[in-house]
Design a protein around this ligand. Structure first.
Ligand code: ATP
Ligand code: MG
Ligand code: ZN
Length: 454
């Protein structure tokens, strides 16, 4: 074991310093430096790397063992991972309390156990009985799925070596500790050192590891940020507790794209994949109501049709209220200004409410035109054109700018039975034709409103 000394470590970003500082130079936070034990010498005979002291090898001679990816049982999770789990990889799944991290991982553990080999699920937060109850609810029981309630990483490592599972789940990293460090579980040095130990375990034994991490708004626990550099893949699990949908988003992936998202629906029997999201998002759409617009948005390579709802009404307040759910309020304010200035709509005394139905966040500029049409439709109390979708970025001069991936959007709209698309004229020249969809190219917001309102 290495020699010990202490350092002051920012609990938010992991910056360390030999002396106490009021303000962290790393992230600028105040009063986040806490004294922690750090190791000064690397463990295991002087090599901290994964090679175990072996000499360099020519890259052409590196043996690539045939280790195909294995499926998680969730098409959505597989897609976000880049096509399944890679043996020996380490995946961090981060999310707010109660978002469903344990449910997601446990369910997939049972599938892997059934189809690929032994799985060890280590919980530091719950008793094995609690895990069993959840497993019953999720129908996640399998002979090859083992549960261990433990927080000491030494023990976890020993058990893992003995069992040699295909997949190891650590729920959560903030509860784990290495006994040779004196700082508390959840502190930056414990979290970081625990992750390093797990990484070594993953690489040396070809066991895939899922690590669950918490995010806390006040930074009371060590933020999982320090982990992001260590692991291979970082997935954020998002969604408000009472929203129907959960979104799994890759923010780092050494084995795949980071643009992909996975969609899940929260049900009592657990999280279910949502492969056909557009259908679900549009299923409760009110027909023929002013203020409702459908737009084809793209997340990664995945097109999604979502409904924008706007409500513009006379305000008893001064200044009037503006709220936006699942879309940036600043974007709404900008678009309101464009409508006032370029189209002459006097919105200054109106309350404005905008939301994306279904609770999925959209933040690409291509949704501008849809937002503008929804606002104008509600303000003028005129319905939007039937069977029509629209895309386009809106500039400050009221011009409509070209957007990316129009073909993908077009295909999704056609699949969902729409027959008309309003889009930037600039996109038309690269589009041969819209197939079953009539294309209406526009250059200005005024033209778009003309084409989009009944
Ligand atoms: N008995 C139940 N029936 C239906 N849904 C439940 C039940 N128990 C929990 N849930 C749902 O599962 C969610 C919690 O899932 P889970 O425990 O997997 O989340 P978590 O992210 O692991 O939370 P934590 O941060 O507390 O570990 C709850 O928000 C709730 O919606
Ligand atoms: Mg949990
Ligand atoms: Zn900091």
């Amino acid at each position: 074991m290495g020699k010990r000394k202490t350092a002051f470590c920012c609990q938010q970003c992991g910056y360390d310093s030999p002396k106490w500082l009021g303000r962290c130079p790393g992230c600028g936070a105040w009063n986040t430096m806490v004294e922690e034990t750090v190791r000064t010498e690397p463990v295991r005979g002087g090599t901290g790397g994964l090679a175990g002291g072996r000499p360099p090898v020519p890259i052409a001679e590196v043996e690539v063992a045939d280790m195909p990816r294995f499926a998680t049982g969730s098409g959505e999770l597989d897609r976000v991972l880049g096509g399944g789990i890679i043996p020996g990889s380490m995946v961090l799944i981060v999310g707010d309390p109660g978002v469903g991290k344990s449910s997601l991982t446990l369910k997939n553990c049972a599938y892997v156990a059934k189809h690929s080999g032994k799985v060890l699920y280590v919980t530091g937060e719950e008793s094995v009985r609690q895990v069993r109850l959840r497993a019953d609810r999720l129908a996640a029981i399998d002979d090859q799925l083992y549960v261990l309630s433990e927080t000491n990483l030494e023990v976890i490592e020993q058990q893992t070596m003995k069992m040699n599972p295909k997949l190891l789940v650590i729920d959560s990293i903030q509860t784990m500790f290495r006994p040779e460090l004196s700082s508390a579980p959840g502190s930056v040095s414990q979290v970081r050192e625990s992750a390093v130990q797990l990484l070594r375990l993953a690489k040396n034994n070809a066991v895939a590891i899922f690590v669950v991490g918490h995010v806390t708004k006040d930074g009371a626990l060590a933020g999982p940020r320090v982990l992001e550099h260590i692991v291979d893949t970082v997935l954020y699990f998002e969604g408000e507790r009472n929203a129907q949908f959960r979104v799994l988003r890759a923010v780092k992936n050494r084995f795949g794209s980071t643009n992909e998202i996975g969609l899940f629906e929260m049900r009592s029997e657990g999280l279910l994949d949502v492969p056909d999201a557009s259908k679900l998002f549009l299923s409760e759409r009110p027909m023929a109501v002013p203020g409702s617009v459908v737009i084809p948005t793209v997340e990664g390579t995945r097109p999604l049709l979502v409904e924008i709802q706007a409500l513009v009404s006379d305000s008893p307040f001064m200044p009037p209220r503006r709220t936006a759910d699942y879309v940036d309020i600043k974007r709404i304010q900008l678009l309101l200004a464009v409508l006032e200035k370029r189209v002459g709509m006097l919105l200054g005394t109106s309350d404005v409410y905008v939301k994306i139905a279904g609770g999925i966040k959209v933040d690409e500029p291509a949704v501008d035109l849809g937002l503008i049409l929804a606002l104008a439709s509600s303000f003028r109390n005129r319905r939007t054109a039937a069977n029509t979708v629209l895309v386009g970025e809106v500039g400050l001069a009221g011009e409509v700018r070209a957007v990316s991936q129009v073909e993908v959007r077009l295909r999704e709209a056609a699949k969902m039975g729409f027959s008309r698309m309003i889009l930037p004229k600039g996109n038309l020249k690269n589009l041969p034709d819209g197939g079953s969809i009539a294309l209406v190219g526009v250059e200005t917001v005024a033209e778009a409103l003309e084409a989009g309102l009944e």
